[in-house]
Design a protein around this ligand. Structure first.
Ligand code: ZN
Length: 254
């Protein structure tokens, strides 16, 4: 899967797309990327008992804000779907779904790893898309700046695309526009897609912190500031600002 160009297409793709949308920074960037390219975009989210449930609440806020501040995207933003995946939380025993300290496991993966999560998400998204005649799935998987989750790797996604296309007997595509971008490049892409208004929207309304904290406002948004997700988000923000001084806007959209 190659990393698609940042440049907006000259012509909208008439085929509908389904974005795996969690309400976090990466999937919001993916949603904007999809809205820039596809005539119709639907979103799907998963409730698997995650500790950072606030992410689920922020999904609707982000969708509403995108439609309010980007008039050309609003008519392309189609229905949202939330699927109940409580069973995934019950069998995974990870620090994302249980009240445990976040730490590295013996296998080198953080205990926030929910085994097979993206495989399940993509399978269900494909099933939902099948029913809604959507054959393009878009996800924020990234193996450049990630916590080592093996189901974020490009090879995993390519294998699953092949399996789903065979299993559904459809020309199914899984697009991962963030796969080869680090967190600083994801902030840069956000600005290229929607300028300062989109960067502000991501800072103010998306949620990334594993602990679900939104009490403290940093330059890069809300969060505890020390969990692996906050560290990645903050580090990317700092590297982006260092590379392009003055790039980050200060104003928050009204
Ligand atoms: Zn955090």
């Amino acid at each position: 899967m190659t990393s698609p160009s940042v440049s907006p297409p000259t012509k909208l793709d008439p085929r509908p797309a389904l974005v795996l949308f969690s309400g976090g920074q990466d999937s919001t960037c993916c949603l904007a990327w999809a809205l820039e390219r596809h005539a119709q975009v639907e979103t799907v989210g998963f409730d698997y008992g995650q500790r950072h449930r606030i992410e689920l609440r922020q999904r609707e806020v982000v969708r509403t804000q995108l439609a309010q501040h980007f008039a050309h995207w609003a008519p392309r933003l189609g229905p949202d779907h939330v699927l109940d995946l409580g069973v995934l939380g019950r069998i995974s025993e990870s620090a994302l779904t249980q009240d445990r300290a976040i730490a590295l496991q013996a296998n080198g993966l953080p205990n926030t790893f929910v085994p097979g999560r993206n495989l399940v998400f993509l399978t269900l998204a494909a099933a939902l898309g099948y029913r809604r005649s959507i054959r393009i799935l878009i996800g924020g998987m990234c193996e450049t700046d990630f916590s080592g989750y093996p189901d974020c790797r490009d090879a995993t996604i390519q294998a699953q695309q092949a399996a789903l296309a065979l299993g559904l007997n459809e020309e199914l595509q899984i697009l991962t526009p963030l796969m080869w971008r680090d967190k600083a490049q994801i902030w840069a892409l956000t600005q290229e897609l929607g300028g300062a208004a989109l960067v502000d929207l991501v800072v103010e309304h998306t949620h990334t912190c594993y602990l679900g904290q939104r009490g403290q406002r940093h330059d890069w948004g809300y969060g505890c500031g020390s969990c692996p997700a906050c560290e990645l988000r903050a580090g990317g923000w700092q590297r982006w600002n260092a590379a392009a001084p003055g790039a980050s806007p200060g104003a928050v959209p009204a």
